[in-house]
Design a protein around this ligand. Sequence first.
Ligand SMILES: NC(=O)c1ccc[n+]([C@@H]2O[C@H](COP(=O)([O-])OP(=O)(O)OC[C@H]3O[C@@H](n4cnc5c(N)ncnc54)[C@H](O)[C@@H]3O)[C@@H](O)[C@H]2O)c1
Ligand SMILES: [Zn+2]
Ligand SMILES: [Zn+2]
Length: 391
Amino acid sequence: MRAVVYEGERRVAVREVEDAVVEEETDALVRITSSALCGTDLHMYDGRTGAEPGLVLGHEPLGVVEATGSAVTSVRPGDRVVLPTHLYCGTCPHCAQGLTAACSRVRPGGFGAAYGYAGMGPYRGAQAELLRVPFADANCVPLPGEPGDRFEDAFVLLADAFVTGWHATELAGVGPGDSVAVFGAGTVGLLAAHSALLRGAGEVYVVDHVPARLAVAAEFGAVAVDFTAGDPVEQIRVHRRARGLPPGEAGTGGVDRGIDAVGFQARDRADPAHENPAQVVDDLARLVNPTGSLGIAGVYAAKDLHPAAPAGHRDGSLRVPWAQLFDKGVRVGFGRTHDRRYTRLLRDLILDGRAHPERVVTHHGTLDDAPDFYATFDRREDGMVKAVLRP
Ligand SMILES: NC(=O)c1ccc[n+]([C@@H]2O[C@H](COP(=O)([O-])OP(=O)(O)OC[C@H]3O[C@@H](n4cnc5c(N)ncnc54)[C@H](O)[C@@H]3O)[C@@H](O)[C@H]2O)c1
Ligand SMILES: [Zn+2]
Ligand SMILES: [Zn+2]
């Protein structure tokens, strides 16, 4: 089969690799119809996370079941399915609570696993013609329709991007009427903003510096904040004051909920050519209202292996304004999305025409386009927000 392979820092290639096959009786083999690129792939592409050359990339697969092992009962060849990024067993104590990203059986010597992801288990990636899906009864989420129909783009976002956006709003506890600030207008941030509005948030701000991405935020109904035009915390406070905060509510001129959809490769606002891994957390700590809450969905890597990694983050530790968070009584939630908690709910919002995550998809190509798409995405150029490969 053909697959997108990591070859070294800022180098991917399309190679012929050994076919994925059914290895265990609980496996399914899926023929991929759409497979998206993600900001997480860029952490590997940029040589930051210790990906080994030869790794088949990709963790956002949509496809059709090609074959199943003898113990699989819930899907059959021909079924259309989306596969959550963080694969899981379905029966361990964490999975039994729907906390699938922390599955305790799926990764020998650790917890949680993902396709095509350095340090997250032995599973090959999904930017390929075929994918082996372990624990198929748990991991195959059935979908209606036919490959290539009008839901193809929305459904591929159920693998990771939309569920992560939704998870970020869960971590932050977004509810009706809340004021929300989302840092990062990549797919995850945009779909966190969309999720917040679906959950009835009152005002949603999205902070970034890429104009094409901020334009998509506005299409979703959020207020776009360009951090190159000034301190985003101050810009949001000014905007909230301009709406007219009632007397006695001046102390709530920040936001009730904040979301980090950027992660450790955050740009330093004073010098956007450089990274500052604490930038977004610092901003959120200043912006959040007393007793508010934060959801940190951007990835913070356990080790940043790049020789040019910013000091203070090489070992995954970060200096954050702990006292400010304590003083305000802020709640902070972290981590990977428990995909399976949300896939059915979000699938049905798509089918009902309430959710339109497909608005973030800007580019389509075949596997052969992967090297160009990675380079363009890495530079956040050509208006690329989300690129989808159709093998
Ligand atoms: N928690 C999870 O389960 C999970 C799942 C998927 C992705 N992620 C992570 O979420 C993050 C976002 O993913 P994506 O696909 O949207 O990536 P992306 O790279 O497309 O988007 C990140 C955006 O952040 C912006 N940005 C950089 N510095 C900023 C700053 N200081 N303030 C505001 N914006 C800033 C960039 O311009 C970019 O538009 C990544 O870290 C990714 O690894 C987490
Ligand atoms: Zn992803
Ligand atoms: Zn499990």
